[in-house]
Ligand binder design. Structure first.
Ligand SMILES: NC(=O)C1=CN([C@@H]2O[C@H](COP(=O)(O)OP(=O)(O)OC[C@H]3O[C@@H](n4cnc5c(N)ncnc54)[C@H](OP(=O)(O)O)[C@@H]3O)[C@@H](O)[C@H]2O)C=CC1
Ligand SMILES: N[C@@H](CC=O)C(=O)O
Length: 816
């Protein structure tokens, strides 16, 4: 005998019932089958609501009953041929009349007992099974409507009756002794020994199917539902969740206890006891393999089978010195909660015995508090225990898998993934079965936590990196184009799904939670955006609370640089070419580093010095490996090097500066380069990264631009003044030429002192042949005392800078 169970959504409409028929037709040739059916989707809830309204004397119950009636009549009319319809409609009408009579009784006496409630709720399955059996017969499939009241016998515990297996099993064997091709059996309903209608409680139809499968020694029990099996995580929260092929009974129970509602394992006990495999199948995608739950489920090398989550959890923290070493304490606590019918979902106790923390459904908080306060009234008044602390808006997330046992590092990995994403863990529970590690987190973190854990433990997945970018000018737009071009490469070769979630310039900002199409960003930012406000940008970024988020600042703006600390505190990494944050006071610079460390975020700014050149990383490697910096000599301004390499007696200084600006080598405000400020910032960053404390004002610079130019109020005025001082610049270049030297703007750090300014460089010096917009950095260190370690190459320009930022993004993406 085959036993199949179809849940509420599988039989929610005529269209769905037709799919059920197709499955039955396909299966019936393999032997007799019993199809256990639930009530049409949504009907049980309507019956509950109608009975409650009736019991409170509200005539609104009639409206609900009318909706129930219409739904069933419509289903009959859509399913059954006209000539056979009246017979089925007659049966349905009789049932509906009985239902209405019972509800009217409840309405009149305004009382709803558990016994009457069971009677009312039974109509859902009675109606659905009657219609489905008639539909199959009308479609030429010989079907019999089974009457579970005749073979599932229970006690009188209405609402959740207990099955008497001693009586039930022989009755089932006798009832199904003569095997017809197809039985349609209403799930959920049963009968007590004194012939009263009872129901089997939550998951009741699964239970009916499991009882039948067990009593009839079915080869397999199939549960047909609306998903393609038990999923690795809740697909509404984790889009990349997928169906688990095989899972053990124990793992299925763990997953289901914590939120995977596909099956309700306690009701599967009869099948489990006889090791009858259970297959979860999707009525709406019947070719999908589904999930096989069995005693010998193959692990397929997977440590973790799934992630589950339950929301609306509260933690009660019971603490106090009066608990320590008192053996009876926990007994009293749990007895009080049990007597108050509070279900304890999670328990943790520190070995100090000073606190016990219990997780409960938040709707039970007041019941639980009353129970505890009354049980421990004396201890509370004597201050032997503290007032119970309650924390709400929490959720439990559990990692489930039998293969975790004895496997080192699973919980370590779990905690580190959550930590890197700034998810605070409020409580932890792991049983010695090592099949489940549960953590309690804030409700708002659930989505991020589940997604980061899913990415980490289910390797077939892509790792999503979410980018929030302010500044889409010269460098920012080059970066966007590089990200666009590399997207599919990163996806294929590195399993990284790099998404740009937000973009902003000084006027507008545009957000797209699932990542935007980078071909269209300009249009979207211009036409589908909202006004830019850095506060709102940060607020939206925090509210989205996406895993693996990176904030990128491609501006040269001090206000934007001032938000990094707050961003890092959200455990969001910061990448920036903007030098302002690292050249503010030393204290602020150190503070950013400390915050990043504390909140497990990264603060990366490789492009602050030498654009895309690996200057800071090289220096960091030297320092980390124990080397010491003796001297740094460098040309750190791409624009100034370009200007001095291209300016001659045949060109005008202002034109060359303008060209450097147009080529994208200068700062947004070129005065920052020409004043030497940009170079001071860069050498300062190198000094600080070498481990030394220095402020920008400690670095002198020899100005070469006349004061009058630097004092110009606007950039345009500045260019005009440069033109007016052309003679000064021509003299500079002529003097250098006469001396057979080249002009370079050099930064030096030696013996604890730094200085910057123009120098005339001889042809034998390593700086002499520095072409175009190149930078060069010479590190003389304890390990490189004579021949300095040299980093050289293009030190300015949008493309190289963008690629340096991209490299920082990849460092973060690959680090987690
Ligand atoms: N060019 C280079 O070779 C290198 C540059 N860098 C650094 O890269 C950064 C960017 O330079 P670059 O791209 O040339 O500059 P751009 O002036 O071309 O672009 C700056 C971008 O930042 C935006 N912006 C400025 N202020 C704000 C604000 N308050 N809020 C939001 N957006 C703002 C601008 O918007 P809007 O257009 O609306 O003003 C623009 O999109 C600078 O910090 C620079 O020092 C670092 C290494 C090398
Ligand atoms: N303006 C800078 C480029 C970025 O740091 C330079 O000229 O080097």
């Amino acid at each position: 005998m085959q036993v199949l169970k179809f849940g509420g959504t599988s039989v929610a409409s005529a269209k769905n019932i037709t799919l059920v028929k197709d499955i039955i037709v396909q299966k019936k040739d393999a032997g007799s089958l019993i199809a256990v059916v639930s009530a049409l989707g949504g009907i049980t809830t309507q019956l509950v609501n109608a009975s409650l309204l009736a019991s409170s004397g509200d005539e609104g119950y009639l409206k609900l009953l009318n909706q129930v009636e219409q739904k069933h009549i419509k289903t009959v009319q859509e399913l059954i041929s006209v000539k056979a319809q009246s017979k089925t409609l007659g049966k349905v009408k009789i049932l509906l009349n009985d239902l209405e009579d019972i509800c009217r009784g409840v309405f009149l006496i305004q009382e709803l007992t558990a016994k009457t409630s069971d009677k009312i709720l039974s109509f859902g399955e009675k109606l659905s099974s009657t219609i489905i059996a008639d539909f199959l017969n009308d479609s030429g499939i010989n079907s019999s409507l089974a009457q579970p009241q005749e073979f599932i016998i229970t006690d009188n515990n209405y609402g959740r009756a207990n099955v008497d297996f001693g009586v039930t099993v022989p009755k089932i064997s006798a009832y199904f002794g003569e095997q017809l091709p197809v039985y349609i059996c209403p799930g959920f309903i049963a009968s007590s020994k004194d012939n009263q209608w009872t129901t089997l409680g939550r998951g009741g139809s699964d239970y009916t199917a499991a009882i039948l499968a067990s009593a009839l020694n079915a080869a397999e029990l199939e549960i047909w539902t609306d998903v393609s099996g038990m999923m690795t995580a809740d697909p509404r929260l984790v889009r990349s969740a997928y169906a688990i092929n095989e899972i053990s009974y124990e793992e299925a129970m763990e997953l289901s206890h914590f939120g995977a509602k596909v099956i309700y394992p306690p009701t599967i006990q009869p099948a489990l006891e006889k090791s009858i495999p259970i297959r979860i199948k999707n009525t709406f995608s019947k070719e999908d393999a589904g999930t096989l739950i069995s005693a010998n489920a193959s692990a397929n090398g997977q440590l973790i089978k799934g992630l589950s989550s339950i929301q609306n959890i509260a933690l009660l923290n019971v603490s106090g010195s009066g608990m320590v070493g008192i053996p009876n304490f926990s007994h009293r606590l749990f007895r009080a909660l049990s007597n108050a019918k509070v279900n304890v979902v999670l328990i943790t106790q520190a070995s100090s015995e000073h606190t016990i923390c219990v997780g409960i459904d938040a709707s039970d908080i007041s019941k639980a508090l009353t129970a505890i306060e009354s049980e421990f009234a004396f201890e509370l008044s004597a201050r032997k225990i503290n007032p119970v602390e309650v924390e709400k808006e929490l959720a439990i997330i559990a990692l489930v898998g039998a293969n975790m046992k004895e496997q080192v590092g699973v919980s370590g990995n779990m905690f580190s993934v959550l930590g890197q994403n700034g998810v605070n863990i409020k409580a932890i529970a792991q049983g010695s079965s090592e099949r489940n590690i549960s953590v309690v987190v804030h409700e708002k973190e659930v989505k991020k936590a589940l997604n980061s854990l899913h990415e980490s433990f289910f390797l077939s997945d892509k790792r999503v990196i979410n980018v929030f970018m302010i500044g889409v000018g010269n460098v920012g737009s080059a970066l966007i184009e590089q990200l666009r071009k590399q997207k599919s490469y990163l996806s294929t070769h590195h399993h990284i799904d790099l998404r740009v979630v937000a973009l902003a310039n000084s006027r507008k900002m545009y957000f797209q939670e699932r990542g935007m199409d980078l071909k269209e960003w300009k249009n979207k930012l211009e036409h589908e955006s909202e006004p830019m406000s850095s506060e709102l940008f940060l607020q939206k970024m925090a509210e989205l609370n996406l895993r693996n988020s990176i904030f990128i600042d491609n501006t040269a703006n001090a206000d934007i640089a001032s938000v990094y600390n707050g961003v890092l505190k959200e455990s969001i990494s910061v990448v920036t070419p903007n030098k302002i944050a690292c050249t503010n006071s030393y204290e602020e610079y150190l503070n950013l580093k400390k915050t990043a460390l504390k909140y497990k975020a990264k603060f990366l700014f490789e492009t602050n010095v030498g654009a895309g050149l690996p200057v800071i990383n090289t220096l960091n490697d030297l320092i980390k490996s124990g080397d010491e910096i003796i001297k740094i000599q460098a040309v750190l301004s791409g624009s100034l090097n370009f200007i001095f390499n291209n300016f001659n007696e045949n060109t005008r200084f202002a034109d060359i500066v303008r060209q450097a600006q147009e080529e994208g080598y200068t700062e947004p405000d070129p005065r920052i380069d020409l004043s030497g400020v940009d170079v001071k910032r860069k050498i300062l960053i190198l000094i600080r990264e070498s481990g030394l404390n220095m402020e920008i004002d400690d670095i002198p610079s020899r100005a070469f631009i006349p004061k009058e130019c630097m004092n110009a109020p606007t950039i345009e005025e500045f260019f005009k003044k440069l033109e007016e001082h052309e003679d000064t610049f021509q003299k500079m270049i002529a003097d250098a030429k006469k001396a057979g030297k080249k002009i370079k703007y050099v930064a030096t750090f030696n013996k604890g002192k730094a200085e910057t300014g123009v120098q005339l460089i001889e042809s034998s010096h390593p700086l002499y042949n520095l072409e175009g917009k190149d930078n060069i950095v010479l590190f003389t260190t304890k390990r490189y005392p004579e021949q300095p370690l040299v980093v050289k190459g293009a030190g300015a320009g949008a493309e190289v800078t963008a690629s340096g930022i991209f490299a920082d993004i990849m460092r973060i993406a690959n680090a987690n």
